[in-house]
Design a protein around this ligand. Structure first.
Ligand SMILES: Cc1cc2nc3c(=O)[nH]c(=O)nc-3n(C[C@H](O)[C@H](O)[C@H](O)COP(=O)(O)OP(=O)(O)OC[C@H]3O[C@@H](n4cnc5c(N)ncnc54)[C@H](O)[C@@H]3O)c2cc1C
Length: 476
């Protein structure tokens, strides 16, 4: 029987794995390999929280494969010579992998494909962890979309064709020669030292099983009511599937297939459609990243080239550490630090505060998120930051500036979220929780350890951001 290497990257699952299905269809015995080469993804090599997740995800996949009679072989890069060597040792005919759409990865993969083919191997990439390839959904003129609504209107018409496949219960063992040379996952050095990630794993279970459990929990719980609950950060009102999706522990097609297998009431169906629309934003982000690859580091909207961003390292550190004196912002940044995740509404608020009230370039925030989020994803992170900063596609206009105090009052109405992440404010009465500087006596008496004034006066920050925006040269 001929053999195929299945080169796994960020598709750490077995069900609905197109590369595996391709090998099976061609009657080839699959050999699963992960090649660790983060430097090849520079300047967006995975951050530290991502690496901590990766460690657990690889272990989960290896256990799954071993349970089916196979194994996950672990190697360390550079990728091309490593794959060539493995292919030669195992005498494989083919190498298959799922595509990724980050610019550095596309460039690397093109070389890998070319050289593997030059070495006489069948090297093929197949669709990645998306519902649609970024080039499949096109405008009437045949170009990429820059606005979400028409993109999604078009993409949605294709959803009915989406189906998920399953993996066989038994898979063949890899050849002894490869198994003997495989590294231990520990050798990759992914586990943080010191262990700052302890709290992460109270909330998340990396791996395909953890992803399915998170999906089940969502289906049984927050799916119904998603539209009304998804903006309330104190609730578990969203799926928390983002890191599982990022690492390909679950595919969007698997999620759709599960949601479709359930008969929902009309109201719940609207919630489910709202959730699927968020998966649509994920698709849109991949679409933008693929068609506008420079936007990982540059504004999509060229008008912002001349924007007078500020550079204040002290303010940036206060933002990173959750010490700005604006409770909802600080609560979000502390949630991120402790759990590796932050609620979407709060992501928008902290990003708006950094890019507008503090007028820092969105890249400062994107880089911090990149290192600290377990779901750090170049497509979603770039899109999320550029959208909030007003520099991106279909973005919130720059002049629409969230007021973090009124937003907190609206979305955290009894202060539970702020109190959870800022225990030093727990004793403040509700009325003083959103803009505590307006209650200076209470703040001094009840929360002496919290900043007594916000790092920027909200009104002044807003006005100076607007003035900077209005000063921009106008473009057609
Ligand atoms: C500044 C900023 C940075 C962000 N950085 C990231 C990031 O690095 N990685 C990431 O996965 N998401 C990012 N997001 C999007 C969003 O905040 C998260 O996907 C979401 O909070 C994850 O929680 P969930 O899985 O419970 O979401 P749910 O509400 O359950 O949504 C389901 C899935 O849809 C996708 N999704 C939801 N909202 C968005 C969105 N606005 N844009 C794109 N996809 C979305 C995610 O894959 C998510 O898992 C960012 C948003 C902002 C404003």
């Amino acid at each position: 029987m001929s053999r195929a290497l299945i080169w796994l990257r960020r598709d750490l699952r077995l069900d609905d794995l197109p590369a595996l299905q391709l090998a099976l269809r061609r009657g080839e015995a699959p050999i699963f390999v992960y090649v660790h080469a983060p430097q090849e993804e520079a300047p967006w090599s995975p951050g530290r929280a991502s690496l901590a997740w990766l460690d657990r995800s690889l272990r989960a996949l290896q256990a799954d494969l071993r349970g089916r009679g196979s194994d996950l072989l672990i190697a360390q890069g550079p990728t091309l010579p490593t794959l060539l060597q493995l292919a030669q040792q195992a005498e494989v005919d083919s190498v298959y992998w799922q595509r990724r759409y980050e610019p550095a990865v596309i460039a690397r993969d093109a070389i890998v494909k070319r050289e593997l083919r030059a070495a006489g191997l069948q090297a093929e990439s197949v669709k990645g962890a998306v519902l649609f390839e970024p080039w499949e959904v096109q405008t009437g003129q045949g170009g990429p979309y820059k606005v979400f609504t028409p993109f999604w209107r078009n993409a949605q018409t294709r959803l009915k064709d989406v189906v998920a496949t399953t993996a066989p219960e038994a898979l063949p063992a890899p050849p002894d020669v490869l198994a003997a040379g495989s590294l231990a996952i520990n050798a990759l050095g992914l586990i943080p030292v010191p262990r700052w990630d302890g709290d992460f794993w109270e909330r998340f279970e990396p791996g395909a099983q953890g992803a399915l459990r998170a999906l089940d929990a969502f289906v049984d719980g927050a799916a119904e009511g998603y539209l009304s609950q998804r903006d309330l950060p104190e609730r578990a009102g969203t799926s928390r599937l983002s890191a599982h999706l990022h690492f390909g522990e679950i595919s969007p097609a698997q999620i759709l297939t599960t949601l479709r297998s359930i008969t929902w009431s009309a109201a719940a169906q609207a919630d489910v459609d709202g959730f699927v629309r968020e998966l649509g934003w994920r698709e849109f982000s991949q679409h933008l990243l693929y068609h506008f690859p420079h936007t990982t580091d540059e504004n999509l909207n060229p008008q912002f080239v001349a924007f007078p961003w500020q550079d204040d390292p002290r303010a940036l550190v206060a933002w990173q550490q959750g010490r700005t004196g604006v409770p909802i912002v600080d609560a979000g940044m502390r949630e991120l630090w402790h759990t590796g995740w932050m609620h979407n509404r709060v992501r928008m608020l902290v990003a708006s505060f950094l890019t507008k009230h503090l007028r820092h370039h969105w890249l400062h925030g994107a880089r911090w998120f990149w290192d600290t989020l377990v779901d750090a994803d170049l497509a979603n992170n770039t899109q999320g930051w550029q959208w909030t900063a007003g520099t991106g596609a279909d973005a919130a206009p720059y002049f629409r500036i969230f007021n973090p105090a009124t937003q907190a009052e609206r979305f955290d109405p009894n202060g539970s979220y702020v109190r959870q992440w800022l225990p030093e404010l727990a004793c403040l009465p509700d009325k003083a929780l959103y803009a505590p500087w307006e209650h200076a006596d209470l703040l001094r008496r009840l929360a002496p350890d919290y900043p007594q004034r916000p790092i920027v006066d909200l009104r002044e920050g807003r006005e100076s951001a607007l003035a900077a925006y209005q000063g921009l040269p106008k473009r057609d």
